[in-house]
Design a protein around this ligand. Structure first.
Ligand SMILES: [Mg+2]
Length: 76
């Protein structure tokens, strides 16, 4: 989980130092590392379909929550 730790550190550095060319570039590098690691985990544990199913479920739920929030705002 080294890559996850490095991504968290890059996010903390960005929050601490603000948005600069350096902090955004570090964030991009660590996001790339994390994406590569996640793809490796999908290969190792045959999780391509399983992850897609969870993403679809969670995106639908999020979409529903956003719609409900927008409806409640427009009613007042
Ligand atoms: Mg890294």
């Amino acid at each position: 989980m080294e890559e996850a730790s490095e991504l968290i550190k890059a996010i903390c550095k960005l929050r601490r130092n603000g948005v600069t060319e350096d902090t955004v570039n570090d964030l991009a590098e660590e996001m790339a590392d994390m994406e590569i690691m996640l793809e490796q985990l999908k290969v190792m544990f045959y999780l391509f379909e399983g992850v897609e199913e969870w993403k679809n479920y969670k995106l639908k739920r999020l979409s529903k929550m956003v719609k409900e929030a927008m409806n409640s705002v427009s009613c007042h």
